[in-house]
Design a protein around this ligand. Structure first.
Ligand code: PGA
Length: 253
């Protein structure tokens, strides 16, 4: 049993409106004491972080953001939101380098690393996302691609971060990798982190993400080296997300 506390994070993407924040309260009720053994995080869009954080004061659910500026200090960057602002608004975590940002906003590993650095400087815990495309997997390059992403996207400064392995081809669909496939990549990520951070890498949680659902959560959590999940669609409704959280072996029922 790993010493790392599991983290199950909900990425609401550009879904989840003000009315949906009620799902957080419903979630807290459904998971009950499970939240003592598992960090449960919801990442709504930036405009709702403050309201979510308000809700989180009465529930044991953590709140995070989905992106931040790579510029740490206040600056002339129209439309950007800094990590310090997110922290001030109530976020404790921030997702950086999600494949949708890499794909639709052309984010490079270098930019993702700068965002993670800005997050850490503001006291946020970055969740650095990595993952291969279908074409890269079919070409037998999955492990090499992910190792390079980890090497280039994860900052050198400190190890208070999370890595999420999200194969691009498994996001938003209904297919997930096999357990051995997940285990292979997770061990590559852990090895790459250990080479960089030594023993401190032991504390870094590595999540699996991509089409996690109440149906496959038990299988995902059975994979060696998986410290939790990053969940998209199935995090929007309390019933689905609770189904995933309660499937974790650490969940106290
Ligand atoms: P999904 O999204 O669970 O809807 O596949 C996961 C993610 O993109 O983080």
């Amino acid at each position: 049993m790993s010493a790392r506390k599991p983290l199950i994070a909900g990425n609401w993407k550009m879904f989840g409106r003000r009315a949906d924040l009620a799902e957080m309260t419903a979630l807290a009720e459904r998971i009950g004491p499970a939240s003592a053994a598992i960090d449960v995080l919801i990442c709504p869009t930036a405009p709702y972080i403050a309201a979510a954080a308000q809700t989180a004061r009465i529930t044991p659910i953590l709140v995070g953001a989905q992106d931040c500026s790579p510029v740490a200090d206040d600056a002339a960057r129209t439309g950007e939101v800094s990590a310090a602002m997110l922290a001030e608004t109530g976020a404790g975590y921030v997702i950086v380098g999600h494949s949708e940002r890499r794909q639709f906003h052309g984010e490079s590993n270098e930019l993702v690393r700068k965002k993670a650095e800005a997050a850490m400087a503001a006291g946020l815990i970055p969740i650095v996302c990595v993952g291969e495309t279908r074409a890269e997997r079919d070409a037998g390059r999955a492990t090499a691609v992910v190792a390079a992403q980890v090497a280039e996207s994860v900052p050198d400064k400190g190890s208070n971060l999370v890595v999420a392995y999200e194969p691009v081809w498994a996001i938003g669909g209904d297919r997930i990798p096999t357990v051995p496939e997940i285990e292979e990549i997770h061990s590559v990520v852990r090895r790459t982190l250990a080479e960089r951070f030594g023993a401190a890498a032991d504390g870094i949680r590595i999540l699996y993400g991509g089409s996690v659902s109440p149906k496959n959560a038990t299988e995902v959590f059975s994979a060696a080296g998986v410290d939790g999940a990053l969940v998209g669609r199935a995090s929007l409704k309390a019933a689905d997300f609770a189904g995933i959280i309660l499937a974790h072996p650490a969940a106290v029922r």
